[in-house]
Design a protein around this ligand. Structure first.
Ligand code: FAD
Length: 367
């Protein structure tokens, strides 16, 4: 019998396990594949304090609150993860450029900047932008520079897994949770494809799998949103900052010289194949922003599934059963806002004062 079982070993499950283990709880993660290999692995790893792309604004002020609170935590958390795992997750505050493709976008972005929607921000007219990022198109109408950066998600998953194991978290891989078990309205454990695990508390952190765990009440209304993405060998471009456009795509320079170009947003079920249309859109829009990428070698292509809830807000907190908790449904923005989400979820389980108002994320809104 463990104190807590966590279903899913993505960023939410691993950070939750780590946090609860620190309080002395015995914790088991049940992961159907490999930890960190779901949406977390597929992510661009962009971290920003403010929602800057059209899609990132979807979750409105409550989404912004999670993002802002997490943004403050990331620098220290990245250092602690490095200490605990011996892995540099390449958290780098490069700055984020919100690009205006034309005059209308330039006006709208500057108006929002004047209203301080993005906190500290600096407008770069086209001439300045060209000097700062010569690989971007001459046709752009300027860009807003805001704080932010990115981290290497391919290192984050393994680093968190190692940190958890070293702290004494049990991680069972290749094991799928099939049902939440309960008696008299109280959670008693989880039935998996390899047997029953007993615990008085269960966290659902299963990304897109969160929607299909029988016995969970409420049932999380999560739809997979597919994102197709690619990585280029773009060392010659010299891109320094994350580049966002209002309606995608975006460019993300990694520490190793690769540049990511992402990502489509499609509700197309769970088909993991890349499509001709998706890749064509990415490449043509990417070249429009940074013409030099046309000569770059494509190193890798992939897609992932954003666990998107029906109101675009995550489910964080207690469900209808005693001992059932959710920390899932973060959709397009789950790496950046993870630290505050997990602190909120674990505070609610521990009975501590919630660090932010939990009401907007209450899973019971779907009951
Ligand atoms: C293309 C793309 C780009 C993105 N870019 C960004 C970005 O730049 N910045 C940002 O903040 N966010 C980004 N995101 C979103 C972010 O990746 C997700 O919101 C976040 O990773 C979700 O983490 P998670 O732990 O909830 O889910 P996941 O990482 O998917 O983890 C869930 C885990 O649960 C396991 N699981 C599922 N069902 C079961 C079951 N029944 N039993 C056992 N285990 C189970 C899965 O195998 C998986 O490992 C992006 C996502 C995609 C797809």
């Amino acid at each position: 019998m463990r104190d807590v079982i966590i279903i899913g070993g993505g960023i939410m499950g691993l950070l939750t396990a780590r946090e609860l283990r620190k309080t002395g709880r015995s914790v088991t993660i049940i992961e159907k594949g490999r930890p960190g290999a779901g949406a977390t692995w597929a992510s661009a790893g962009i971290i920003s304090a403010h929602g800057t792309s059209g899609s990132a604004d979807i979750a409105g002020p409550p989404g912004l609150k999670l993002r802002t609170a997490s943004y403050e935590e990331w620098p220290l958390l990245a250092e602690i993860i490095a200490e605990e795992s011996g892995t540099d997750i390449e958290y780098r505050l490069t700055g984020v450029l919100l690009i205006a493709l034309d005059e209308a976008e330039a006006q709208s972005i500057q108006e929002k900047a004047r209203a301080r929607e993005w906190g500290e921000a600096e407008w770069m007219p086209p001439g300045v932008l060209r000097g700062e990022e010569p690989c971007l198109s001459d046709e752009l109408a300027g860009a807003l520079l805001v704080t932010g950066g990115n981290l290497e998600v391919r290192k984050l998953g393994p680093a968190l897994e190692l940190a958890c194991r070293r702290a004494g978290v049990e991680i069972i891989t290749g094991c799928a949770a099939e049902e939440i078990l309960s008696e008299g309205g109280k959670v008693t454990g989880v039935r998996t494809d390899a047997g029953v695990h007993e615990a008085p508390a269960v966290f659902i952190c299963a990304g897109i799998g969160s929607r299909s765990v029988p016995g969970a009440v409420p049932r999380a209304p999560i739809t997979p949103q597919r994102g197709q993405m690619l990585a280029m060998d773009a060392r010659a471009l010299g891109l320094k900052r994350v580049v966002l456009t209002v309606n995608d795509p975006y460019l993300v320079p990694r520490a190793d010289g690769r540049v990511l170009l992402g990502a489509t947003r499609e509700f197309a079920g769970e088909d993991p194949r890349l499509t001709v249309g998706g890749m064509a859109w990415l490449l043509s829009e990417g070249i429009r922003v940074a013409p030099g990428i046309a000569t770059c070698a494509i190193e890798e292509t992939w897609c992932g599934f954003r666990p998107t809830s029906s109101d675009y807000l995550p489910l964080i907190g207690r469900g209808a059963l005693e001992g059932l908790y959710f920390c899932t449904g973060h959709g397009p923005s789950g790496v950046g806002p993870a630290p505050a989400s997990v602190r909120l979820a674990t505070a609610l389980y521990l009975g501590d004062a919630p660090p932010i108002d939990p009401a907007p994320y209450d899973p019971m809104r779907f009951a």
